[in-house]
Design a protein around this ligand. Structure first.
Ligand code: SF4
Length: 715
């Protein structure tokens, strides 16, 4: 049988690893592997990406539309399902207004590029702000705090140029996630080792001895939830020892003196006691980072999931700014996303538009507002369950699984049951889709054309790839973005992207819709398609640009001490501590529970695949061996873990990576029926331990999903 090999890229996560796919005479994908000729990923794939063929051909995959009738799912044509959903949607808009229609665009909606802009256009057209995404579940502050702090228009130092890097709560060898300045996800172990061999100084701040911490030049294994305290202490040292970039600060930092005054309570003794770190390690870390001269501090999801995520992110931005970790006039930033809007990099501070507060739609709960053009996930369940103006009555859950992703799982379960219409676009029966009124099976990665546009914000090089579909789609499926187009067309709702109308007489092709998204890009989509569809992704050197001088009229400076940051720093310093430096509010609990990544799953995706489940289907509760011994527990023993918000069952495992008093579990597992009989098969939802109402970030609504005080009881 003849085999044709085609170039594509993975869309399991946003890293877009390049792949070669073998197609047989029948048009079926029979094998795939990393594309060793690719200049970005160099043949690297992870175990999840190698499942793309299995996903496409999986016997349990939903390949059409299903409707729940009398508690059972029955198949119906996709067109009929869309007709019925459109009718119901219109009824709800007529009865309750546009705001009653909500969308949650999950991880796999993000992987299908036009879904987000079309979803937002749809919601704008029906006057509904009820758009939610994982953006406000794990790391909203990275993007949104820039409008408060300022953004360097020349770009932050990339890992490839770094002399020093500081990873805060980012297990970069496992997470396949590279924030700006962080470790790129391709062959990360080799890449890191090469950098270390070339003299990189790596500081890791993490309450766990993670895979990346084990390779660090310096690991600060701090008490969970104290990232802000540690960074405040390091900043104080950097200022007092005048280790900052004085010339840069003189021109671009506002109120350095005020910042120093606010850091007064964070002296070395205090920070050492509170973070449970030796004082000399804190000093060494501050001096090491400040010595640079190049390289950035970056965070993973853990610090934002911990208390005061937006304040922590502000401190990270501040330490980078004080040390001047940006490309300057005349330098060429490593990153220059080819398919994004091409702006001339400049040696100046700019302020993105305000993203929350005054002028933004208010939630009815917790004083939160829209953040950007989304509502915080924190309030979704209450917005569904609480009658009154603005109550959500329909939810389109697109490529995600709110049942395992959102805080307070019991409340989310009640909320989903309470809806008048729940539509899930999901290739599998999941904790969310099995509660849906309609499940629509999506086209999966190998069946789709796609461009690397969304992933390119993480690329360290100006890299792009346009892929054709590798195989014909199976069944009667739909793409996530097409869903919005189909419903809008039925309701005569006009859609637009970047101000340009989307054709509504006939569904646009994937290329047409992607072209609308990529308007104004550094490199045209047509060129990217022409040069990469057959040959594979490439680096577009023409996208690179030299950082220009700052504009004559630009006098912006980074705001290192806005009013609310000053207030929050004071609040942190006033938190009562016990003699050991532990927050008194947590004294009644035996452990602090922290989140962790695991390599086989990407958030809530991948849990249905046997090959991935064989690496572990449960989210073990890792504890220090001394803790297990003290409780008389052996590995794999069952325990009940309780927080102020709820309880879950867990299976413990010994781990020397943790300090005594810390327990670590992965999130996005389990369902409301997780119990002792099935915890080994499906794990437990740590979100049952999370309160959406008690502990949340005041700006982003990010619930405290890590550093949660818990008690543990042997079962
Ligand atoms: S890192 Fe992400 S994109 Fe790369 S193979 Fe793994 S899942 Fe796919």
């Amino acid at each position: 049988m003849a085999i044709t090999t085609k170039k594509t890229f993975c869309r399991f996560c946003l890293s877009c690893c390049a792949m070669d796919v073998d197609i047989d005479d029948d048009g079926q994908a029979v094998a795939l592997r990393g594309d060793v000729s690719n200049p970005l990923s160099g043949g690297y794939t992870c175990l999840r990406g190698r499942e793309l063929i299995n996903i496409q051909q999986h016997p349990d995959r939903i390949r059409g539309a299903l409707k729940r009738v009398d508690g059972k799912f029955v198949a119906l044509p996709m067109t009929q399902a869309l007709d019925e959903i459109a009718v119901k949607t219109q009824q709800l808009i007529d009865q309750h207004g546009g705001r009653s229609i909500a969308s949650y665009n999950g991880s796999w909606a993000w992987s299908n590029l036009p879904t987000l802009p079309l979803s937002k256009s749809f919601h704008r057209a029906i006057d509904s702000p009820s758009v939610f995404s994982p953006m406000t579940l794990d790391q909203p502050a990275k993007a949104f705090m820039l409008c408060r702090f300022g953004l360097w228009a020349g770009g932050i130092h990339s890992f490839k140029d770094a002399d020093v890097a500081m990873f805060i709560g980012n297990n970069a060898l496992l997470s396949q996630y590279a924030p700006a300045g962080g470790l790129p996800p391709y062959n990360p172990a080799r890449r890191l080792q090469d950098a270390l061999n070339n003299g990189l100084q790596l500081i890791v701040i993490d309450p766990r001895k993670t895979e990346v911490a084990n390779r660090a030049t310096l690991h600060l294994q701090l008490r969970p939830g104290e990232d802000t305290t540690l960074l405040a202490g390091m900043l104080r040292i950097i200022i007092d020892e005048q280790l900052y970039d004085a010339v840069f600060c003189e021109e671009f930092i506002d109120d350095l003196g005020g910042l120093r005054a606010s850091l007064e309570p964070f002296d070395l003794d205090y920070v050492s006691r509170r973070t449970d770190l030796p004082a000399e390690k804190i000093v060494t870390a501050a001096r090491m980072f400040a010595s640079g001269p190049k390289g950035a501090a970056s965070t993973g999801t853990g610090p934002e999931m911990s208390p005061r995520g937006s304040l922590t992110e502000h401190m990270v931005m501040t330490i980078n700014a004080l040390c001047g970790r940006y490309y300057r006039e005349g330098e060429v930033p490593a990153a220059a996303p080819p398919l994004s809007v091409g702006r001339q990099p400049k040696a100046q501070v700019v302020f993105p538009p305000q993203a929350w507060g005054e002028g933004f739609v208010k939630s009815r709960f917790r004083g939160l507002t829209q953040i950007g053009d989304e509502m915080p996930c924190n309030v979704m369940a209450d917005e569904i369950l609480t009658p009154g103006e603005g109550q959500i009555r329909a939810l389109f859950s697109i490529g995600g699984n709110p049942m395992v992703a959102f805080p307070n799982q019991d409340k989310i379960a009640r909320a989903l049951e309470d809806l008048d219409l729940l539509v899930a676009i999901d290739p599998w029966l999941s904790a969310t889709s099995r509660r849906a009124d309609y499940i629509l099976g999506p086209k999966v990665a190998l069946e789709r054309e796609d461009a690397t546009l969304l992933g390119e914000m993480y690329f360290e090089e100006p890299y792009a790839h346009y892929t054709e579909a590798m195989v014909e789609p199976q069944g009667d499926t739909i793409e996530e973005w097409e869903f919005y187009w189909e419903i809008a067309m039925r309701l005569s709702i006009p859609l637009s992207i970047h101000g340009q109308p989307v054709p509504m007489d006939q569904c646009p092709s994937k290329y047409q819709i992607t072209e609308l998204v990529a308007q104004g890009s550094r490199v045209s989509l047509a060129k990217v398609k022409a040069e990469t569809e057959q040959q594979g992704g490439k680096i577009f050197d023409e996208a690179r640009a030299v950082v220009g001088p700052k504009s004559a009229h630009n006098h912006h400076r980074f705001r290192v001490l806005p009013k609310d940051v000053k207030q929050q720093l004071a609040e942190v310093a006033q938190e009562p501590l016990n003699q050991k430096g532990l927050r008194v509010a947590e004294e009644g609990y035996s452990h602090l529970l922290i989140s962790r990544r695991i390599k086989q799953f990407f958030n809530s995706t991948g849990h249905n695949l046997d090959a991935l489940k064989s690496k572990g289907s449960t989210n073990y509760a890792y504890m220090h061996p001394d803790d297990l011994a003290n409780m008389g527990l052996s590995s794999e023993a069952m325990v009940e873990i309780s927080s102020p918000a709820g309880s879950v069952i867990g299976l413990v495992k010994a781990s020397n990576d943790l300090k005594v008093g810390v327990i670590s579990m992965a999130h996005a597992f389990g369902d409301t029926d997780s119990d002792s009989s099935n915890v080994m098969q499906q794990g437990s939802s740590t979100n049952r331990l999370v309160s959406d109402e008690q502990h949340f970030d005041p700006i982003t609504g990010q619930a405290r999903q890590s550093a949660i005080p818990v008690s543990i009881r042997a079962l």
